[in-house]
Design a protein around this ligand. Structure first.
Ligand SMILES: Cc1ncc(COP(=O)(O)O)c(C=O)c1O
Length: 425
C-alpha cells in the first residue's frame, strides 16, 4: 500500500484552530460551566413562531417554489432593495451609495469580510484595525497571512489621530505603506470595546489617510448598529460622510445578531464596482449564492414588519441582560478590587479591565480558576492586533438567562476576589 502524502497550500498551512473552538470546548465538556464567552444571541426571544408561520406561508403560496431552488450569487433582488433602503434610511438618506446594485447577500457578514480580504490582500499585506478589534476578524487576517496593525489609541481607548499619522509616516519610512490594503472599523457598540465612533473621529481618520495619500478601501462593520438600547447612535455610515468620497467603501451588515443567528444571512454594500465584481466572482467560487430559502424568510420579515418588532424585543432583552450582569458585578464588589468597565448603550458585551498586573489570558491561572469556578470569558489579549495587554476580558450577556447571568457574575467576582490582595482599610 502506498504511503499517502499531503502538502498543504499556504492557506492550509496557516489555518490554525479558531481560539473560540478551544474556549467553547471547555464549556461543552462541562455543562455546569456558564459561558460569558461566545457572542451567542438571546435564545428565549428567537422568532420561532414567525419562522414557522413564514415557512407554512411560503410553502402554501402556490406558484413555483423558487425559494427552494438555487438563487443568484448576488442574492435575492427584493432583499437587496430592502437592505439598500434600510441603510439609506439609517443615514438620513444622505447615503448616495445605497443602491441595490451595490448590495451582495452573504452567509453572515463573516463571509463578506473573508471575501473582501481574499480579493484585496496577499500574504504580508497590512490591514489597519482599531485596538482592540473583533478577534475573529483578527484570526481571519492571520489565517490569510495578513498583518493586522493597530491604530493608536489614547489612554481612554479613543483613536488618536496624531498617533495614527505618526504610524503611517513610520510605515512610509519603512517602505511598507504600500502594503496597507484597507482600514477596518467596527463603528457601533464595538466588539469588544462597546464604544461607537463619532463622525468627527471617522473624518479625522480619513484626513490622516489622505495626508499620506493612502486612499485604500475602508471597511465599516455595522454588526451591532441596530442593537442600541434606547436611541440610535448619532453617527452616520462612511457612505454618508464626504470625507470618504475619495475612498472605496464597504459596509458590512448582518441579520444574525438582531434577528436569528441560525439563519446566517448578512450582506456587504460596496461602492467600488471593480472590487464588488471581484468579490462576487469569488463568492461564485465559494457557493454561487447564499441560501435562497433563508433569504426569503428574512425578506418577508423585513417587508411585513416582523423584523422591526423582533428588533424592539431584542433591544430591551439585551438592555435588561446588560443591567443584570453589570448590576451583579457591582453588587458583588468587583469595582472595589480595581476592576473597571463602562456601561454600554448597545450591543452584547462588557469590556472589562482588571488591575494592570493581571494575566487573564487563556493559559493563565486566572482563566483556569474561572473554569474551576464554572464560568468562562474571552481573554482580552486575543482582541489586540499584536501582543496586547493581558488584563482585559470580554463578557457576553447575549445568551444566558437572568438566573444564570447572576450566577455567572457571582462566580466571576469570586475568582476576582481570590486574585485580589486584602482591601485597603
Ligand atoms: C463585529 C462583528 N462583525 C461580524 C460578525 C459576523 O457575524 P455574522 O457572520 O453572524 O453576520 C460578528 C459576529 O460576532 C461580529 O461581532
Amino acid at each position: 500500500m502506498s504511503k499517502s502524502s499531503i502538502s498543504y497550500s499556504g492557506v492550509g498551512r496557516m489555518a490554525g484552530r479558531p481560539v473560540i473552538t478551544d474556549i467553547m470546548k471547555v464549556a461543552l465538556e462541562n455543562p455546569e460551566i456558564l459561558s460569558l464567552a461566545a457572542g451567542f444571541t438571546d435564545t428565549h426571544s428567537l422568532p420561532v413562531s414567525f419562522v414557522r408561520d413564514e415557512t407554512v406561508a411560503l410553502c402554501s403560496s402556490g406558484g413555483a417554489p423558487e425559494y427552494l431552488q438555487y438563487g443568484t450569487t448576488i442574492g435575492r433582488p427584493g432583499l437587496r432593495r430592502l437592505v439598500a433602503r434600510r441603510l439609506s434610511r439609517a443615514d438620513g438618506h444622505q447615503n448616495r451609495s445605497c443602491h441595490p446594485d451595490n448590495v451582495m447577500i452573504t452567509n453572515g457578514s463573516q463571509q463578506a469580510l473573508y471575501l473582501a480580504m481574499q480579493v484585496l490582500c496577499d500574504p504580508g499585506d497590512i490591514i489597519l484595525v482599531e485596538n482592540p478589534s473583533y478577534f475573529v476578524f483578527l484570526e481571519l487576517l492571520k489565517g490569510l497571512g495578513i498583518e493586522p496593525l493597530g491604530i493608536p489609541v489614547d489612554s481612554d481607548g479613543r483613536i488618536d489621530p496624531d498617533g495614527f499619522a505618526v504610524l503611517l509616516k513610520r510605515l512610509r519610512g519603512e517602505n511598507r505603506l504600500s502594503r496597507v490594503k484597507g482600514v477596518y472599523l467596527d463603528s457601533w457598540y464595538s466588539n469588544p470595546s462597546t464604544r461607537c465612533l463619532d463622525n468627527g473621529v471617522k473624518e479625522a481618520i480619513a484626513d490622516v489617510l489622505k495626508s499620506v495619500d493612502l486612499r485604500v478601501p475602508i471597511l465599516e462593520d455595522g454588526a451591532y448598529r441596530e442593537l442600541y438600547f434606547r436611541t440610535p447612535h448619532s453617527s452616520s455610515s462612511i457612505f454618508a460622510l464626504q470625507a470618504f468620497d475619495e475612498f472605496p467603501r464597504l459596509f458590512f451588515g448582518t441579520f444574525d445578531k438582531p434577528f436569528a443567528s441560525g439563519l446566517k444571512i448578512g450582506f456587504v454594500i460596496c461602492d467600488h464596482a471593480g472590487l464588488f465584481r471581484k468579490m462576487l466572482n469569488v463568492k461564485g467560487h465559494h457557493d454561487f449564492g447564499s441560501s435562497n430559502y433563508t433569504q426569503a424568510i428574512i425578506q418577508n420579515a423585513l417587508e411585513n414588519g416582523s423584523f422591526d418588532r423582533q428588533l424592539a424585543t431584542v433591544r430591551s432583552r439585551y438592555k435588561e441582560k446588560m443591567e443584570i450582569l453589570h448590576g451583579t458585578m457591582l453588587e458583588e464588589g468587583m469595582r472595589g478590587h480595581g476592576w473597571t468597565w463602562s456601561k454600554p448603550d448597545g450591543g452584547m458585551y462588557l469590556w472589562v479591565r482588571g488591575p494592570g498586573n493581571m494575566d487573564l489570558g487563556k493559559d493563565s491561572l486566572f482563566f483556569k480558576s474561572a473554569v474551576e469556578e464554572g464560568v468562562i470569558y474571552i481573554p482580552g489579549d486575543l482582541c489586540f492586533a499584536s501582543e496586547g495587554p493581558t488584563h482585559y476580558m470580554r463578557l457576553s450577556f447575549g445568551v444566558l438567562e437572568r438566573k444564570d447571568l447572576i450566577r455567572a457574575g457571582k462566580r466571576l467576582v469570586k475568582v476576582v476576589k481570590q486574585f485580589s490582595g486584602p482591601l485597603p482599610v
